[in-house]
Design a protein around this ligand. Structure first.
Ligand code: ANZ
Length: 846
């Protein structure tokens, strides 16, 4: 007999699976219940790496598991194949981004096949195929027609290295581009946006449905990103201006403490207000604005920075008390949050206080934070003379002196009709009064901004809009979709801040489809996050050239039952996919509002405690690992390393150990000498019990993602089976066959080649992937018991009913606790105890 040789197994079974295609999911006659298990699709940057290997191994456990449970499982794969890396590689090497992209896709496809991921290869898609991006364009136009895609002139994040704009989500907390690492600057540009802010409340509220089936960390990251604040909008009359200026505040209760107003220096309002001011004021403002534009968003939001700003020489009127307050501009107020202007309450807001102290502006306390809020009379202790002991002196209510804003709760003071109220009651009351007076209203604001989707780069979906001579925006007619990317010949792809498509004269020059006048195509391409926001729907009918997806297929399969991927996508991709799903729901194309019912985030594969990278020289190449240990050992190692959410340090795991275990398991099949017709019930009961315990427990473990525990149980079962063959009833016993079959099926989740080979050796036709998970026999799950005899000085004093697995210590404890035993020992000293678990305890007293 040949030994375990993973190469032989891989060569033997891959062609068989190619022939059999056991993972097709599209048979219309298939009546099994359905599950949609989706792995985040890869970006085709070179060959697969260890991170892919982990993600796809874990996703595959889930897909294969549901198949064994009798489900028709949709487990598709495709490529997120537009994007900057392809374009940058193309520029560097002077080749077409298409070639780089599709060569990499071919390589990854081959690697995935060899990696034995159970994908339905009939459903492959690439987002850079015209057959795919046509539907991106369709989706964009659907949104354009509904006013959900619009153009706006505003300050955008500009990546000076990649020479393109970025969505807020693509700027890291340190103010650098997530892609190029460059410090992002602000530029004013007219760009395309998707109105995700219209969906802010739903995106937030629907997170409640996902509680428990999405990682709580991802849910809270989404919540923070959307960042809903509740409060009020308050309108201030501006002297010399027709329209009022509205500010958003979370603290309308402090309106009587407003002593100035601050507008964002880079807001249109600031420019407008300063326009009518004295020349010195205008000059000072210009200088200040220039200085501000050099700083990053992060610097601006850094609360510890010294406050800077200039007065605009204009005044506002406080709607509640008619007070005239100066208007300043300062960079701690952001142009694109709330209304870009704040009512400053230095006594109760730290930023406002720092600013007021820096510029000598008045501070007025309107909430006595020393006053008790509950209204209860404090109970005072008495001293020996019966005098009340007064509490330590309360801190002074003097933020101007202390430099500390009073942010706690208390009782309103200096606030006219609000005096005496607590903060929350004052908020309620003042909102009522503002609403009655028409000078304010309850309001919410969000951190979430509209999604900027224009990119000034080549390798993406062309925006299907034609610009008329008079600036009209005309959707490309449906029958002219897709707007194909022109060939790269003669185009300069070097990033220069303008889309390279603008230079493709033949391509941009078109006639206006409405009136035949000369017109130009929009030269920008879409953010590739548009592509990935709905790809899970395209998998349902990937070859349908009449629509983006078939709604009947969506009814059958969607939403995705289990989504698997990296936590790096916790905000961007998931938020956009949730948004687009809600848009498609509103447009009547789908009947659900959340795309991914459950989410599993796998950890990262590290090396020696840190992320792997070429520059650090700690890169472990997947292909080397596969060559050395085989596909199954690598996959098993990924599953066995620990809980899937945890990072795996490749230095701490042992693919060689996994391979050894697989060889042990595989040899069992060759040692089974019975035929498939043998009667199970004739088998060794102890082994059968263990087999059935595994059958009963593994499903719950898999469904709660405890894959590592399942592998550990399989190892125990392999050991027990080996013992039964070598030193028990032998390889002909029915229990040995039963256990080995269950091991093969269980292993098919983690090590498909080994499992398939065992299955064949056991006398079955491929594929083990099409086997069904056997039901555990309840009779074999009942814990059996044995009788333990307790002797004292050679005489039987008690009989105990115990588990056959009881250990000696526990058995001795039970024996010594027996009333009969205690009685017979009396007060004699115990001189010896012999325990033979689980059958005998012998106590001597002489
Ligand atoms: C008056 C006030 C008094 C405020 C007080 C706070 C405390 P969150 O919770 O983050 O939503 N604000 C409003 N628009 C702003 C902008 N564009 N840039 C910077 N700050 C802005 O913060 C809301 C509060 O932040 C608002 O409530 C406003 O200051 C300020 F004791 O109004 B508040």
């Amino acid at each position: 007999v040949q030994g375990y040789d993973f190469r032989r197994l891989q060569e033997r079974w891959l062609p068989v699976w190619d022939e059999l295609q056991p993972f097709r999911s599209g048979d219309p006659a298939d009546t099994r219940p359905r599950k949609y298990v989706l792995d985040m699709f890869p970006y085709p940057s070179g060959d697969l790496h260890m991170g892919h290997a982990e993600a796809y191994a874990l996703g595959d456990v889930i897909a294969r598991y549901w198949r064994l449970q009798g489900f028709n499982v949709l487990h598709p794969i495709g490529w997120d194949s537009f994007g900057l890396p392809a374009e940058n590689a193309a520029i560097k090497r002077g080749i077409d981004p298409r070639k780089w992209t599709y060569d990499n896709i071919d390589q990854q496809k081959q690697s995935m096949r060899r990696y034995a991921t159970s994908f339905d290869w009939d459903r492959v898609l690439h987002t850079s195929d015209p057959e795919y991006y046509k539907w991106n364009q369709w989706l964009f136009l659907e949104m354009f027609k509904k006013g959900l895609a619009y153009r706006k002139d505003s300050w955008v994040n500009w990546d000076p290295v990649d020479q393109t704009v970025l969505a807020n989500e693509q700027v890291l907390p340190d103010g650098t581009s997530e892609r190029s690492g460059a410090v992002v600057v602000k530029r004013k540009k007219t760009q395309w946006y998707l109105r995700i802010t219209d969906y802010a409340d739903r995106l937030l509220d629907d997170l409640n449905q996902l509680e428990g089936s999405w990682p709580s960390k991802v849910i809270s990251m989404q919540r923070n990103w959307i960042g809903r604040s509740r409060g009020a909008d308050v309108d201030f009359v501006i002297e010399g201006r027709a329209d009022k200026v509205t500010v958003f505040t979370t603290r309308p209760d402090t309106l009587y403490g407003v002593t100035f107003m601050v507008v964002a220096p880079d807001s249109d309002l600031a420019a407008e207000l300063v326009a009518g001011a004295d020349p010195e004021v205008r000059m000072a403002f210009q200088d200040y604005l220039e200085q501000v534009q050099k700083s990053t968003e992060i610097e601006r939001q850094d609360a510890t920075r010294d406050k800077t700003g200039v007065p605009l020489g204009r005044f506002a009127i406080n709607p509640v008390n008619g007070e005239r307050i100066p208007i300043w501009t300062a960079d701690y107020v952001l142009a694109d949050y709330g209304h870009g202007a704040v009512m400053a309450v230095p006594a109760h807001d730290q930023r406002d206080l720092d600013f007021a102290r820096a510029f000598g502006l008045p501070v007025r306390v309107v909430l006595d934070t020393n006053a008790p809020v509950t209204g209860a009379v404090p109970v005072l202790e008495l001293d020996e003379n019966g005098q009340a002991i007064l509490p330590d002196e309360l801190p002074p209510l003097d933020p101007a002196a202390t430099g500390k804003a009073l942010v706690g709760d208390g009782r309103m003071i200096n606030s006219g009709p609000l005096d005496g109220l607590s903060k929350s009651n004052a908020i309620k009351k003042i909102i009522e009064q503002l609403e009655a007076a028409g000078t304010g209203r309850a309001a919410k604001t969000y951190r979430l901004r509209d999604w900027l989707i224009s990119r000034q780069r080549y390798w993406g979906t062309p925006i299907p809009i034609i610009h008329g001579e008079n600036g009209e925006l005309i959707p490309v007619p449906d029958d002219q979709l897709p707007v194909l990317l022109p060939p790269t010949d003669g185009l300069d792809l070097q990033p220069r801040g303008q889309s390279p498509l603008g230079a493709a004269e033949d391509w941009v020059t078109v006639t206006n489809p409405v009136d035949g006048t000369p017109a130009r195509r929009d030269p920008d391409t879409m953010d590739t996050f548009v592509d990935s926001s709905w790809y899970f729907l395209r998998f349902l009918s990937p070859n349908d050239d009449s629509r983006a997806f078939d709604p009947r297929e969506a009814d059958k399969w969607a939403p995705v039952d289990q989504y698997v991927g990296g936590v790096t996508h916790a905000i961007l991709h998931l938020l956009y996919a949730r948004f687009i799903t809600k848009v498609l729901f509103d447009l009547g194309y789908v009947s659900f509002t959340e795309p991914f019912s459950a989410l599993l985030n796998q950890g990262m594969v590290l090396m020696d405690g840190s992320a792997m990278s070429k520059s650090k020289g700690n890169l472990v190449r997947l292909s080397d690992q596969l060559d050395e240990h085989g596909v199954d050992a690598v996959r098993l190692t990924m599953a066995f390393a620990g809980p899937p959410e945890d990072d795996i340090d490749w230095a701490d795991v042992s693919p060689a150990g996994s391979a050894k275990f697989l060889a042990r398991a595989w040899r069992l099949a060759g040692d089974v000498t019975s035929s498939p017709e043998i009667e199970w019930k004739t088998g060794d009961v102890a082994l059968r019990r263990q087999t059935h315990r595994f059958l009963a427990e593994a499903p719950g473990l898999i469904e709660s993602f405890k894959f590592n525990v399942v592998v550990a149980r399989l190892m125990e079962l392999v050991n027990a089976t080996r013992k039964t063959i070598d030193s028990g009833p032998g390889g002909g016993d029915a229990a040995v066959r039963e256990a080995t079959e269950v091991i093969a099926v269980g292993l098919s989740l983690f090590a498909p080649y080994t499992a398939e080979d065992m299955w064949a050796t056991l006398g079955y036709a491929p594929s083990v992937a099409q086997a069904l998970w056997r039901k555990a026999d309840p009779a074999l799950l009942i814990e059996e018991s044995v009788t333990a005899v307790v002797q004292v000085d050679g005489k039987v004093r008690d009989r105990l009913t115990v588990s056959p697995k009881i250990d000696s210590a526990e058995l001795e404890r039970l024996a010594r606790a027996s009333a009969a035993v205690i009685r017979s020992i009396g007060d004699q000293p115990v001189t010896g105890v012999i325990v033979r678990a689980p059958r005998l305890v012998n106590i001597t007293t002489r």
